[in-house]
Design a protein around this ligand. Sequence first.
Ligand code: ZN
Length: 684
Amino acid sequence: MQSAWIDGDAEAAVVRYANAGRDLALRVYTTRLLGQDPRLVLHGGGNTSVKTQVTDLNGDTVEALCVKGSGWDMGTIEPAGLPAVRLAPLLKLRAREKLADEEMVRVQRANLLDPMAPNPSVEALLHAFIPHKFIDHTHSTAVLALTDQTDGEALCRDVYGTRVGYVPYLMPGFGLAKAAAEVFDSDPSVEGLILIKHGIFSFGADAREAYERMIGLVTLAEQRLAKGRKPAFVSTKLPERLARLADVAPIVRGACSLPDNKSEGGWKRFVLAFRSNDAVTNFVNGAEVARYGQAGVVTPDHNIRIKNRPVVVAAPDGRDLIGFEKLVRESVARYAEEYKAYFARNNARVGGIKTMLDPIPRVVLVPGLGLFGLGRGKKDANIAADLAEAAIATITDAEAIGRFDPLPESDLFDVEYWSLEQAKLGSSKELPLAGQIVVVTGAAGAIGSATARAFAAAGAEVALLDVDGPAALAKAKAIGGAALGIRCDVTDQTSVHDAFARIVEAFGGVDIVVSNAGAAWQGRIGEVDEAVLRQSFELNFYGHQRVAQAAVKIMRAQRTGGCLLFNVSKQAVNPGPNFGPYGLPKAATLFLVRQYAVDYGSEGIRANAVNADRVRSGLLSEEMIASRSKARGLSESDYMRGNLLGREVVAEDVAQAFLAQALALKTTADVTTVDGGNIAAALR
Ligand code: ZN
């Protein structure tokens, strides 16, 4: 591992963060260097500090510890992410025999110089008790590969000798801080500390020294791992024809869903993030993956994101998806039972005070294919997948030189159910569509894009499909997050098939479809060219059918129901003159909705429609509004408000109607009218 320190960049940071002072500016610079390397730090793991003088709110200069705050990512940290805590009161704590976690948090908060600052790291006291000015802490995969061994400490002593101190495993907090300080005091010449089965600290008088000591110590671990390696895992026998990712993901996702006890027909679903590369497949294909893959996490901090271990499922046989599904469901059910037993055993040990989290795995290893990270949104799914990849790197190295031997489950449980760790995940209330995957067609138009925005705001992951690919991408980008923009022509079977495959590969499945793509054709029905009528049917009827069919196939593989929503039209029930070519396929689509409701209700798949009218959109352009209002002798405003309520209907109103239908779990075969009131178009 090379040092990434560049003098020019360091000085640029000092200029950029001039207000924070040189110490903190350089602290930000090297914290980012560490945080941007996934071999060292991932998603909230690791932390850094600097002891420096800061000015308090009264303008007085005080000695403070600026230590990484909770909720900040080291790779993108700013000075505000390293809140200053008065050092003297922290040092005073060392004399205590015991300090409860909640009290430790209170003392730390009470001594923040800025009362609005985030909570200092749970490892802040360790940083305080070691006298060095700059302190760096990482969960380096190479160091973990050495220490996560049965004889991990001996192996580390062999590599590092007396250059570092060795701290036996303890949970982060006051106890660990005291133990680490005692190890340090017994030989203050050490450059750092190895925390057995946890990670590594390095110290220095300046930012560069602490950082480069970290790089140097990690490099020694890498060099040791390069020596005397055994061959890679021996591969298990795989099916002759492996199933495709697009077929596997919905099966895995469905098996990892939980019925919602509070609402019949509702499900707690997860979004998937798929990963595959040589390192991943080498690992998951190994004949012994059930042993080394499920032994435990590589550092306890991962526990809160990916539980105590992943689930390993069967290799997917492309010729027998039904058999594969059965095996996946058995594996996940067994995992859940074992998780409940793990919880019960350990909860009894701590006095029965904890509440069990859901028993669904957050990492699924699929031999022959790769791995899935699971999360309630794509962001969390990616975090789980990142941690799984780091675990694979660590365990592969550990097994190459010995045998991976992580912490016992009692220690893993204590961290997984530690109140201070759970706090890292935040206590914010989940949005109503968290975990759900929504597809909107015609998503570049006014109604389509408003609908995609409304579903994203309700917590869903959204895929925006439009025949205008760049426009779909632009609308997706405007939504941000993981929103996907995909070119899709719903009149083309292959285009629809490919678009749904991409969505499944990106998110793992599909739960809700808003089939919205459409266009208007006109003509007096007795004289209209048949080709025009057929063209309109191709889009305004068959387009909906193709999209619904592709979605139902995925929904049935998931076995968690689903929701098909269609943009029909007032024309379906109340034909306008010369609008036959548009209204006729829309009338057929209205019955398509009912047919889906009838045929798939028993599988929990709902089908509903919205009849909207007179909405400014691609179908009702500004020129059309101008000419129609003129023809009727009305102002444009009066024309748009020509309904019972006298209100203009906008795209967002239609979007809210779709959203309401998606959330109404007991409603199917419904048509919701969004037209401001039009008795002639009202449904019986
Ligand atoms: Zn740590």
